[in-house]
Design a protein around this ligand. Structure first.
Ligand SMILES: C[S@@+](CC[C@H](N)C(=O)[O-])C[C@H]1O[C@@H](n2cnc3c(N)ncnc32)[C@H](O)[C@@H]1O
Length: 224
């Protein structure tokens, strides 16, 4: 059982329009082949946020086949997107899409464990020889028990006033209520996700909005 009414989800999804035909086909291919990707309603919401904030530098943690990275790059034609993944099955596929699609030239694909890659990026930024600009939009969509680790690092790479969006914070409802099927099996992930939500909610220097859209989103704005 999901945490939202299936009819509601279907109704919302039925009003989804892909950004263009190529992205629409790519989405369908991912969905048919069970490749993880942002849900339709999540994409619609991100699309709105991107229009409102018009970021120049986007960081994504969790690439999979590259759908959302390509969506970000196409949605904001003058943005540069850095995306990170460690999965050896995903990396060659995403790389080949980034090579084939025109927007791929604006995607900086970094491979390896995100915590390590982010630490390297933090060092790069600190090193005087590198002139790396901070990110103004960050999307966290990777290992659910590591959101705090990703967030702490992402924050160090973020510009003042940046938006950090975390996907899947409700984890099919498990975060909210142990009675959801599967919640017990994912006890550790649930524990860490709850701790992460407590942490961001307590921070007075952040504006946080928790949404039940899709699989749950945390939209966090760093104060300037
Ligand atoms: C939900 S998928 C990302 C989907 C993608 N954002 C999209 O919408 O097209 C999550 C991805 O995060 C990657 N991942 C999970 N934990 C990671 C980690 N610690 N470091 C790097 N990548 C990680 C997985 O390999 C997987 O490809």
């Amino acid at each position: 059982m999901g945490f939202t009414n299936e009819k509601v989800t279907d109704y919302i999804s039925s009003h989804y329009t892909p950004l263009d035909e190529q992205l629409g086909s790519f989405r369908e291919y991912n969905e048919e082949n069970n490749v993880p990707l942002i849900l339709r309603e999540t994409e619609s919401f991100l699309s709105l946020l991107l229009e409102l904030t018009h970021p120049r530098r986007i960081l994504e943690i969790g690439t999979a086949y590259g759908y959302s990275a390509l969506f970000f790059a196409r949605k904001v034609p003058d943005a540069v997107v850095t995306t990170i993944d460690r999965n050896p099955h995903m990396i060659p596929v995403a790389s080949s899409y980034f090579e084939d699609w025109e927007e791929g030239s604006r995607i900086d694909f970094r491979t390896g464990d995100a915590e390590q890659v982010l630490d390297e990026m933090i060092s790069e930024r600190k090193s005087s020889s590198q002139n790396m600009l901070p990110f103004d939009f960050i999307f966290i969509d990777a290992g659910k028990s590591h959101y705090r680790d990703f967030f702490d690092r992402a924050e160090q790479l973020a510009a003042p006033g940046a938006l950090i969006v975390c996907d899947n914070i409700l984890m099919h409802g498990w975060t909210v209520d142990r009675s959801y099927e599967g919640a017990r099996r994912h006890r550790t992930n649930v524990k860490y996700m709850r701790q992460f939500i407590e942490y961001i909610s307590r921070r007075e220097d952040l504006t946080v909005s928790l949404l039940s859209s899709g699989d749950g989103l945390a939209v966090i704005r760093l104060h300037e």
